[in-house]
Design a protein around this ligand. Structure first.
Ligand SMILES: Cc1ncc(COP(=O)(O)O)c(C=O)c1O
Length: 335
């Protein structure tokens, strides 16, 4: 394989078959973490920027593109902006991944970290206030607004959803982790065209407000929101599954042990949700789940027992003594 651009490194037909992952059912995990910049968000980034170009709003070497991101979209946008010649500012918060921030800066982007949680709307509220300040002070600045931009949904209808539709003759269940809900809205739009009976499952962490949950502090970036994204109006899931952060950690650890792939936090959340619904699957069902990124960037958090002990276990009400997690860490360590 000879590539001509870093953007040729998007792997569109990569599915990991997980034998008997949910009871007796195989699950197909669509792997997005091998893409350039390490996540599904490279597709969103390309579509967000090209959509502005098509509208004549973005002009290279003049326009400053601004976005709020906890890491993955920021990194993807910084690469796309570097290739196309745009300045890029990423507004983020202390939950963001340090290596993503370094990567954004290396590609030439600027990173602004908000330190305070907005009393009403959490870190996301603070990030949005900061973006507003930037837009007021720089007339060349344009906010991509992944939370409301239809181009975010379209990226996943035209790309992610279509890639799944081309791979399978039948899909009965699709599990999608939700942040902006762009992936959920786009993938479900495309898959419902080809598979009208499909059940679309939105997966959220406990404490995320998108589908009506009570707001609560969350520690794992990439999934969930503290302000309901506008795109969620277009995402009409058949089912909503909430997963605690403790269950996410346990799912990540057991996946490494059983399937030998270090997956990211949102993937663990999605995998836990698949197992939560396992009893509802019927014989012959095709079950697909989306893995948005890999786990290397979470080695100091989700995969660090000390971090988990301090941050997750102390907040986890379902597993107050952390017995489940302790057992899982012990099993992984024993291998
Ligand atoms: C790792 C990871 N998983 C899931 C998501 C959620 O995707 P979406 O914003 O399309 O809902 C994101 C979004 O940033 C992410 O970075």
């Amino acid at each position: 394989m000879i590539i001509e651009s870093a953007l040729d490194l998007i792997f569109r037909d990569l599915f990991y078959r997980l034998p008997a992952f949910a009871g007796s059912h195989d699950v197909f995990l669509k792997l997005e973490g091998f893409n350039i910049t390490g996540s599904i968000k490279i597709k969103t980034a390309i579509e967000l920027v090209e959509d502005l170009e098509r509208q004549g709003v973005a002009r290279p070497h003049e326009t400053v593109l601004v976005e709020s991101s906890s890491g993955n979209l920021g990194l993807a946008l910084s690469l796309v902006c570097a290739i196309k010649g745009y300045q890029f500012i990423c507004v983020t918060d202390p939950n963001a991944n340090r290596s993503a921030i370094r990567g954004i800066e290396l590609y030439g982007g600027k990173v602004i970290v908000v330190e305070e949680r907005d009393p009403a709307n959490g870190y996301l509220g603070s990030r949005l206030k900061k973006i507003n300040e930037i837009l007021q002070s720089d007339s060349n600045a344009v906010w991509l607004n992944q939370y409301a931009n239809l181009a975010n949904k379209n990226a996943h209808a035209r790309q992610t959803g279509d890639e799944i539709a081309r791979e399978f003759d039948r899909v009965d269940w699709i599990f999608v982790g939700t942040g902006t809900t762009g992936t959920l809205a786009g993938v479900s739009e495309r898959l419902r065209q080809k598979f009208p009976g499909i059940k679309v499952v939105a997966v959220e962490p406990v404490g995320s407000v998108t589908f009506g949950g009570e707001p609560a502090k969350r520690n794992i970036p990439g999934i969930g929101t503290s302000v309901r994204p506008k795109l969620a109006d277009l995402a009409k899931p058949d089912r909503i599954v909430e997963v605690s952060e403790a269950k996410t950690v346990a799912a990540c650890l057991s996946f490494v042990r059983d399937y030998h792939l270090l997956v990211g936090g949102s993937t663990g959340t999605v995998l836990a949700a698949v197992q939560q619904l396992a009893r509802e699957f019927r014989s012959g069902d095709t079950i697909v789940a989306i893995s948005a990124d890999l786990g290397e960037k979470y080695l100091d958090t989700i995969y660090d027992p000390i971090w988990v002990d301090h941050v997750i276990r102390s907040e986890d009400t379902e597993d107050p003594k952390g017995v489940g997690l302790e057992k899982t860490f012990a099993l992984v360590a024993a291998d």
